[in-house]
Design a binder for this molecule. Structure first.
Ligand code: UT7
Length: 321
């Protein structure tokens, strides 16, 4: 059977690491509050010359090297971001040009923190139709540029970064590698709980991120537990079969609560929120790359990806590595 198989991964972070202590000097907050409420200890913030496309390109190059795939073989680039370099063209086309890929298809997906799951699901569908043989799926963000640095309830939560995977259409056995099941959801009823108060067609300004954190938190735990259950049922596996969960890294308490709801031991959850904070669409591929490169995630492992973000949008995807 034809499946979309993850054959490589890569990630990139800005040079500048900003600790909670650094933020104490900037806003009315404390390391103690941030660690206790979120698990975040530091984040990376893009400096001059670092943009969503430069971070995405670095992550994509590393993923290509890791997969042993030449940029010229890539027929599809899907880049998930809510912080593109420009309103248009799509940041994916900038990455395409920087990598030296010619031809094929390149476009952005906007599903905020669920963006990587949306991009992965879209790429998997397109690969299975035969539209392309090899794809780059990237999550990349520079949320620091849409934060209101006067608003302590949001500015301490986010960081910048990028992660990428190479996805290849391969003819595999039933118990072979590849994406086994994906479920995506959206519910625009909650669009005002997490949004940016600007945009090209409204204010003409980029705008700043606004969030009702406590309400987002409540929805996140319920929606994630539901969608994880759907994916497990679709793939006919149980939570006990999962080797690793690679969740969107918004808040350590959301990760704990979701794992507990599913009966998954905390040791099976990849946690990078302490190091990277919430990098929106980048967080899942960034955490996946970290856990692959440090040897935790191995070939043959059953890995669950999941995320929830603005819209609301949410989703999960199960893959055999
Ligand atoms: O990635 C997309 C999805 N996003 C999320 O999943 C985020 C989900 N939400 C969260 O992670 C949490 O709701 C937050 C971390 C955003 C907030 O944690 P919380 O436990 O829900 O705190 P809260 O918003 O209820 O605020 C509690 C208190 C408030 O003070 P009062 O009103 O109780 O006196 C806030 O003013 O904490 C105060 N506070 C802070 N204090 C120090 C809020 N931000 C800060 C801060 N430093 N940075």
């Amino acid at each position: 059977m034809i499946r979309a198989v993850i054959t490589g991964s890569g990630s990139a972070l800005p040079k500048d690491c900003v600790t909670n202590a650094d933020l104490e000097a900037r806003v009315d907050t404390s390391d103690e509050w941030i660690v206790e409420r979120t698990g975040i200890r530091q984040r990376y913030i893009a400096g001059e010359g670092e943009t969503t496309s430069t971070l995405a390109t670095e992550a994509a190059r590393k993923a290509l090297d890791d997969a042993g795939v030449d940029a010229s073989e890539i027929g599809l680039i899907i880049l998930a971001t809510a912080t593109p370099d420009h309103t248009f063209p799509a940041t994916a086309t900038q990455v395409q040009q920087a990598l030296g890929c010619r031809g094929g298809v390149a476009f952005d997906v906007a599903a905020v923190c669920s963006g990587f799951l949306y991009a992965l699901g879209t790429a998997e569908s397109l690969l299975r139709t035969g539209m392309a043989k090899k794809a780059l799926v990237i999550g990349a963000e520079t949320f620091s540029r849409i934060l209101d640095w006067e608003d302590r309830t949001t500015c301490v939560l986010f960081g910048d970064g990028a992660g990428a995977v190479v996805l290849e259409a391969q003819d595999v056995a039933e118990d072979g590698p590849g994406i086994l099941a994906t479920k995506l959801h959206a519910d625009g009823e909650h669009k005002d709980l997490l949004y940016v108060d600007g945009g090209p067609s409204t204010t003409g300004e980029v705008g700043k991120l606004r969030m009702k954190g406590r309400e987002v938190f409540r929805h996140a735990v319920v929606n994630l537990a539901d969608v994880l259950g759907e994916v497990l049922a679709d793939a006919s596996v149980t939570a006990a079969d999962i080797d690793w969960v690679v969740p969107h890294q918004a808040n350590a308490r959301i990760l704990d609560a979701t794992a507990r709801k599913l009966g998954l031991p905390a040791e099976k959850v990849v946690v990078t929120v302490d190091q990277h904070a919430n990098t929106s669409a980048a967080s899942v591929p960034l955490a996946f790359d970290v856990a692959r490169k440090d040897g935790r995630i191995k070939p043959g492992d059953l890995v669950m990806f999941e995320a929830m973000g603005g819209g609301f949008t949410w989703g999960a995807s199960l893959a055999r590595i």
